[in-house]
Design a binder for this molecule. Structure first.
Ligand SMILES: C[S@@+](CC[C@H](N)C(=O)[O-])C[C@H]1O[C@@H](n2cnc3c(N)ncnc32)[C@H](O)[C@@H]1O
Length: 251
């Protein structure tokens, strides 16, 4: 972070901004910190993070943006002359299939200035048993997280899923090198999604794909960056090479 001399941090999918604090501290120590721009689909998340950070960092400007980073990058305000880091952390990029992922990277690349950088978090390919265990913990936390999507559809789209009627499935797809989460109907069920006027029939054992989480190699990321008009500049990983952060610029 220090080597970039950046004064602004734009975080895409900022959530609670826990990781942003580490980056903001580094930028503040280097003396260049001016502005933090969190962008998230959740307004309450953006408001809470903005409120806390303004209190915690003397003189920090915070410009929260509520939006979808796949559609609303133009809502990010123009820069103030400072170099910017756009950060997409926490492995979120892995939730997009390859074509969409490259399109998103291309869109981010199109708003980077020549001195700006993208800081990207990517979970790395590792032993499939380790990956599968992480997505199917014995306490059932991931299973509940997975079923939660049905609660959200019920609430937001007036649907009548019975989440308990679905089993949590997680497996590593070795060909695509991604974790896939699904929900499998325990018995036949008929679901009405009221706001869409849609009735969906599930046979017993029929599955609904709820999430993918792609795992990366450096070579794959290089290829994704190249396809998106970006170039990998720095690669940082932990000693066991479980996760990587990379810094990229416009090619
Ligand atoms: C896994 S959390 C990561 C939060 C934080 N960046 C971190 O690494 O700790 C993903 C965040 O991205 C947001 N998000 C997911 N898809 C998004 C999208 N298309 N546009 C904007 N925000 C999105 C979610 O609301 C959530 O707050």
């Amino acid at each position: 972070m220090r080597s970039t001399g950046a004064g602004e941090l734009v975080e895409l999918g900022s959530g609670s901004a826990e990781k942003a604090r580490i980056l903001l501290d580094e930028m503040a120590n280097a003396g260049g910190l001016q502005r933090y721009i969190p962008l998230d689909v959740s307004e309450s998340v953006v408001r809470d993070a903005a409120r806390q950070l303004v209190e915690q960092y003397d003189g920090l400007q915070v410009h929260g943006v509520v939006g979808d980073f796949q559609r609303h990058l133009e809502r990010v305000p123009p820069h103030d002359g400072a170099t910017r880091i756009f950060a997409l952390l926490g492995g979120t990029i892995g939730n997009f299939p390859p074509g969409t992922r490259r399109a998103l990277l291309r869109d981010i690349g199109s708003v980077l200035g020549p001195e700006d950088r993208l800081l990207l978090g990517t979970d790395l390919v590792k032993d499939p048993d380790v990956i599968e265990a992480a997505y199917d913990d014995s306490d059932g936390v991931t299973a509940e997280f997975n079923r939660n999507v049905l609660h959200v559809i019920n609430r937001e789209l007036d649907a009548d899923f019975v989440p308990e009627a679905f089993d949590h499935i997680a497996f590593f797809d070795r060909r695509h090198e991604w974790i896939e989460m699904r929900l499998r109907a325990r018995r036949p069920c008929s679901v009405l999604i009221g706001d869409l006027g849609l009735r969906v029939e599930f046979a017993a054992g029929e599955e609904l794909r709820t999430e993918i989480s792609a795992k990366f190699t450096r070579a794959r990321l290089d290829a994704d960056y190249a396809a998106a008009g970006l170039a990998l500049e720095c690669w940082y990983t932990d000693p066991r090479e479980l996760f990587a952060l990379s810094l990229a610029r416009r090619a």
